[in-house]
Design a protein around this ligand. Structure first.
Ligand code: FPP
Length: 252
């Protein structure tokens, strides 16, 4: 008697989204909070609050677009030139953000790092940073790096000072020293987005953006949505990245 073995056809296993998707590092200069607020007759601090909301939307959406590292420019070292009240408002917002979002970060698998100087931050904020980083350290879905009191030039300068004391001379080892200075690691940026209409780097990730693609948007940061992030990543995927070599079509 013939045994009819039910041969179950192998279930086609859909490739895991993460394996297929690019593992991008996207960096964003979130500019235009102040103009967004003043054009509505609101104080600049309202613009920063709306900016924090935009950051929340983008952080939530980023992993869906293949982004594995997201670096947001929250406060530049050059921003100390602003009125003390505005800086304090940003510090308060950041502190509040860390206190309310850390649990969500843990749930969503987001590992949080703050890059930049810490010695000029209020003690309480510094402690909250340490706590949030420790609490989210196991997050593997997205590495979120918030740049606070950050200056790329200063980071490179400090890395060079440290490097001077070691003997091994290679760009890779220099890059590793720079990562230590950053604390939150340092990886090559694939795509840099700047909102708010300006087209400059403003001392952000100078070393890491060496071969980055740039997308500049007129839109102000508080108006930036997940759809804008998706569109920027799609625009990035249409670009041919040669890193100084010839484009494929010519090289063949
Ligand atoms: C840029 O707008 C924004 C800042 C200098 C700082 C505040 C950034 C945020 C609130 C976004 C991320 C925050 C968190 C908490 C994740 P601007 O003030 O330079 O705008 P303007 O060019 O129109 O004056």
């Amino acid at each position: 008697m013939l045994m009819h073995h039910l041969t179950v056809p192998p279930i086609p296993t859909a490739p895991p989204a993460i394996a297929q998707a690019p593992r991008l590092h996207v960096a964003i200069i979130s500019d235009g909070n102040g103009r967004w607020a003043t054009s509505r007759g609101l104080p600049r601090s309202a613009g920063h609050r709306a900016g924090a909301e935009a950051a929340r939307r983008v952080i939530e959406a980023a992993p869906r677009f293949g982004i594995r590292t997201l670096t947001l420019f929250a406060l530049s070292s050059a921003n100390w030139k602003r009125p003390a009240a505005e800086i304090q408002a940003i510090m308060r917002l950041l502190h509040e953000y860390l206190l309310t979002e850390t649990t969500q970060c843990i749930t969503e698998g987001v590992r949080l790092s703050i890059i930049g100087r810490r010695d000029r931050l209020p003690d309480t904020l510094r402690q909250t940073i340490v706590d949030s980083e420790a609490a989210t350290a196991k997050g593997a879905r997205l590495h979120l790096r918030l740049a606070v009191d950050y200056s790329a030039r200063e980071a490179i300068y400090h890395a060079a000072c440290r490097f001077y004391k070691v003997t091994e001379l290679s760009p890779e080892s220099f890059s590793n020293v720079l990562a230590e200075v950053h604390r939150g690691g340092s990886t090559e940026v694939d795509l840099l987005i700047r909102t708010g209409g300006e087209q400059r780097l403003s001392d952000f990730l100078l070393w890491e953006c060496a071969f980055a693609e740039f997308v500049f948007l007129q839109k102000r940061w508080p108006e930036f949505t997940a759809a804008d992030l998706d569109a920027a990543v799609k625009e990035f995927s249409r670009r041919e990245r040669t890193r100084g070599a010839l484009p494929d079509a010519i090289a063949e």
